[in-house]
Design a protein. Structure first.
Length: 206
């Protein structure tokens, strides 16, 4: 009988080794690769050799077998948790790095000292508008700046909310950026909901 079935200390060492193995896994360990063509043939040959050299009858104490089984299952569970966590993290990272630049615009200055650029980003089915503004002073008392998407005919501007400078906002699914490609920053009186007609910066995403 192999010594590791009778030596409790060795069993514990194997358990610790499995735990250490799980924690040592890196992102590269989860990259999918094709198995070598001779892999299964090699495994089958090794199994056949092991069977031909095995002892026909082995008496094993049930207490040690149960203990070994519990240790192995516990270690396997920990390794699976580590693997699952790493795969989950990789999936999250993939979704983040899957962001696509759809369009951009340098906004034309219509009034005031501020300048701004806009980028339309897409991640899956979600779109975000990222506006980088510079030299934007505080809005006058009783007013605020507001970010809009506007159709070229300016028939129904769509508000994306107030802003005080550089901002990033998720575009509601109800707003089609192909229909409303114009980015507009206006000066609004507090409490108003319609576009004031007082645009400070404007540009078309393309």
């Amino acid at each position: 009988m192999p010594e590791d079935f009778t030596d409790p200390d060795l069993e514990e060492a194997e358990y610790v080794t499995l735990i250490s193995l799980g924690h040592s896994l890196t992102e590269s360990d989860f990259e999918l690769t094709s198995a070598p063509t001779d892999l299964w043939a090699g495994i089958e040959a090794r199994v056949s050799t092991a069977e031909s050299q095995s002892v026909p009858t082995v008496v094993v104490l049930s207490e040690h077998r149960n203990r070994n089984k519990k240790l192995f299952l516990a270690a396997a569970a920990v390794v699976l948790l580590v693997v699952g966590g790493a795969v989950g993290i990789k999936m999250v990272d993939s979704s983040r790095t899957g962001t696509e630049l759809v369009a951009s615009a340098d906004l034309t200055v219509l009034e005031g000292p501020a300048t701004a650029q806009a980028k339309l980003l897409r991640s899956g089915d979600s779109e975000r508008l990222v506006v980088t503004a510079e030299n934007m002073p505080a809005a006058p008392v009783g007013s605020h700046y507001e970010l809009w998407l506007v159709d070229p005919q300016v028939t129904k501007p769509q508000s994306l909310g107030p802003m005080t400078g550089s901002t990033e906002v998720t575009i509601p699914a109800s707003i089609d950026t192909a229909v409303y490609p114009v980015v507009d920053i206006s000066l609004q009186q507090n409490g108003t909901h319609d576009h004031s007609g007082h645009s400070l910066l404007r540009g078309t995403l393309q």
